[in-house]
Design a protein around this ligand. Structure first.
Ligand code: SF4
Length: 124
């Protein structure tokens, strides 16, 4: 099927890894120093990762790709959770089972913050 999915420009990618954490589905991995979407069915094409890339290597394109598989994405997220790699709030440590998590930039880092802690991070 033709759908929207992340495209990674190899020429621009430095392999910094900043795009890995924002991808809750775990679709992006660093392989041999470059970001890769190894399992396209895990990429929902939402583009949360785009804004963290310092080199503009990430874009959304429309092309032939396997359909997004929510069950596979949930299973991958569960596996990340079991390994302690699932997103957690940078301030209180809440996981997505305990609070709504939003992707954010905080003190120069790409991270997650829950909706309870977001006002504190904004207003102090
Ligand atoms: S954030 Fe950009 S430069 Fe860094 S690994 Fe991801 S695609 Fe590559």
């Amino acid at each position: 099927m033709k759908r929207k999915i992340v495209h990674i420009d190899d020429e621009k990618c430095t392999g910094c890894g900043l795009c890995v954490t924002p991808c809750a589905e775990g679709a992006i991995e660093i392989v041999n120093g470059k970001a890769r979407v190894l399992r396209e069915e895990l990429c929902d094409g939402a583009g949360v990762c785009l804004n963290v890339c310092p080199t503009g290597a990430l874009t959304i394109e429309e092309r032939e790709a396997p359909a997004f598989d929510p069950a596979a994405a949930a299973a991958n997220l569960a596996a990340k959770r079991n390994k302690g790699e699932a997103p957690r709030c940078v301030r209180c440590g809440a996981g997505e089972g305990e609070a709504v998590l939003l992707f954010a930039r905080h003190r120069g880092e790409s991270t997650w913050v829950c909706t309870r802690c977001l006002p504190v991070l904004i207003h102090g």
